[in-house]
Write a protein of this length. Structure first.
Ligand SMILES: *Cc1c(COP(=O)(O)O)cnc(C)c1O
Length: 404
C-alpha cells in the first residue's frame, strides 16, 4: 500500500528488499500533492552498473559504496536494487550504516571502510559485517566476539599510502596483518588503500601510492582481496583495479572530474512545485536582507526547498532552476525551507507548476556538477547533503516502486 501523497513519507516496502508496482502509482500521481521530492530512476541505476561493468575488466568486483544514505539518493531504495542488479559487495563508512543495510535485507558482504571501536565488534559479528581493522585491540575484540559465537570474522587492513587520512602505515600494516593472522576467529581477507589525487588533472601521485600498496601486497601475499580504487581511479587506472573497485559517484551516473565517462546517466532528480507567484516592482527586494532587487517589473516564483533540505545557501543569487522548460535564476537568499526564482521571462507560471532543481525538463538539464560549481563545491557534496525531509520516489520508467 503506497500513501504517496502523505507528507510523512510512506514507505511501501521498507525492509523487505522486495519491489512491487503498487496500484496505479505513477510519478504524476505520486507527486501531485508534494511540495518537493527526489526521483530516483532505478532503471538507470541498472544501466549504470552494466556500463561500469563493461568499462572494467571481467572478474573485477564492483563494491557499491552506499555511505551517507547512498549519497543522498536513499539507501532503502538503492541498496536492495543494487543487490538485485548483482553488485558483488557493499561498503559503508560506519558500522551503524552497515547494520542498517542488513536490516534492509542486504545479504552480500558488507565492508566498513571507516573507523570502528572495539565496542562495535559484537554488532559486526552478529550482522556479519567486515571491518577495516587499524589496531590489535579491535582485532582482539573481534576475535573474542567471533569465537564466542562460533564464527569467523573477515577483516581488511587499510594502508595509508600517502593520503594521510585513515589506515596504518606500510610497516604497521604488515605487522598488524601478521599479528591478526594469529588470532582465533580472524581471517585477514583484504588489503586496501585510497588515492589522494584520484580525480585531479594530474593523478601521477596514484602511481606513487600504488607502489606503496604493491609493496604491502607483496609482503602479504596470503591476503586474497585487494582494493584501491574509487570511481575515478577505477576508470583511469586499470593497473589499480585489483580484485575489486569501490564505486560510489559513477553508479549515480556522475563522472568524476578528469575521468573518462563509461556512458552513465544521472539517476537522481530534485523537483518541487511552485508555491506562490508574486510580482515585484522595480526597486523592490526579495528574501532575507533584500539582497536581490528588481531592475525591471518582475515576477518571482516561490520554490519550497531550502538549506534544511540540503540545497546550499551558497546558491543565493547564484543558482538556476528549470521552470516551464527554461533556466530561471535563483534570486535572493536561500532560506531554511524555500527560495525564489525569477520567472519574469516564463509566461503563465502558476502555483503547482513543476520546478526542476536537479535533472531534466524539456530540452534543459541541470547537473549536479553545475549546481556544485554555482555553490563552490563538488557534486559528491550536493548529493550527500540532500536531507531525509525530501520524499524519495524510486521508479522504473515512471512506474513507482517505492516511496521512502
Ligand atoms: C567514498 C569512498 C569511495 C567512493 O568514492 P567515489 O568517488 O564516490 O566513487 C571509495 N573509497 C573510499 C575509501 C571512500 O571513502
Amino acid at each position: 500500500m503506497t500513501d504517496t501523497a502523505g507528507s510523512a513519507h510512506a514507505s511501501t516496502l521498507a525492509g523487505t528488499g522486495a519491489a512491487s508496482a503498487s496500484a496505479a502509482a505513477t510519478l504524476e500521481s505520486a507527486t501531485a500533492a508534494l511540495n518537493a521530492w527526489l526521483e530516483v530512476d532505478l532503471g538507470r541505476l541498472d544501466q549504470n552498473l552494466a556500463a561500469l561493468r563493461a568499462a572494467l575488466d571481467p572478474g573485477v568486483d564492483v563494491i557499491a559504496v552506499v555511505k551517507a544514505n547512498a549519497y543522498g539518493a536513499g539507501v532503502a531504495g538503492i541498496a536492495p536494487a543494487l543487490e538485485r542488479a548483482g553488485v558483488d559487495r557493499f561498503a559503508t563508512v560506519w558500522v551503524p550504516e552497515a547494520v542498517a543495510l542488513r536490516r534492509l535485507g542486504v545479504r552480500k558482504p558488507i565492508l566498513v571502510l571507516g573507523h570502528a571501536f572495539p565496542a562495535e565488534a559484537v554488532a559486526a559479528i552478529t550482522h556479519d559485517i567486515t571491518l577495516t581493522v587499524h589496531s590489535l585491540d579491535l582485532g582482539r575484540a573481534l576475535s573474542e566476539a567471533a569465537t564466542a559465537r562460533g564464527r569467523v570474522a573477515n577483516v581488511h587492513i587499510h594502508i595509508d599510502s600517502g593520503l594521510h587520512r585513515d589506515g596504518v602505515s606500510l610497516g604497521e600494516g604488515v605487522a598488524l596483518a601478521e599479528a591478526l593472522r594469529q588470532l582465533p576467529g580472524i581471517r585477514v581477507e583484504g588489503l586496501s588503500t585510497h588515492m589522494a589525487n584520484a580525480d585531479e588533472p594530474d593523478d601521477s601521485f596514484s602511481t606513487t601510492q600504488g607502489d606503496v600498496f604493491a609493496e604491502a601486497a607483496k609482503r602479504l601475499p596470503w591476503v586474497p582481496y585487494r582494493h584501491t580504487a574509487n570511481s575515478a581511479t577505477a576508470l583511469r587506472r586499470q593497473e589499480l583495479r585489483y580484485e575489486g573497485v569501490r564505486i560510489g559517484l559513477a553508479m549515480h551516473g556522475i563522472v568524476p572530474p578528469n575521468t573518462p565517462g563509461p556512458g552513465v546517466q544521472p539517476i537522481l532528480s530534485l523537483k518541487a512545485r511552485v508555491a506562490r507567484v508574486v510580482d515585484v516592482a522595480v526597486g523592490e527586494g526579495v528574501s532575507y536582507g533584500l539582497t536581490w532587487r528588481a531592475t525591471r517589473q518582475s515576477r518571482v516564483a516561490l520554490v519550497p526547498v531550502g538549506y534544511a533540505d540540503g540545497w546550499p545557501r551558497h546558491l543565493s543569487n547564484a543558482g538556476e532552476v528549470l521552470i516551464g522548460g527554461r533556466r530561471c535564476p535563483m534570486v535572493g537568499r536561500v532560506c531554511m525551507d524555500q527560495f525564489l526564482a525569477d520567472v519574469t521571462d516564463v509566461p503563465g507560471v502558476r502555483e503547482g507548476d513543476e520546478i526542476v532543481l536537479l535533472g531534466e525538463q524539456g530540452d534543459e538539464r541541470i547537473s549536479a556538477d553545475q549546481v556544485a560549481e554555482h555553490a563552490g563545491t563538488i557534486s559528491w557534496d550536493i548529493l550527500a547533503s540532500l536531507q531525509a525531509r525530501l520524499p524519495r520516489i524510486f521508479h522504473r520508467g515512471g512506474a513507482v516502486e517505492l516511496v521512502v
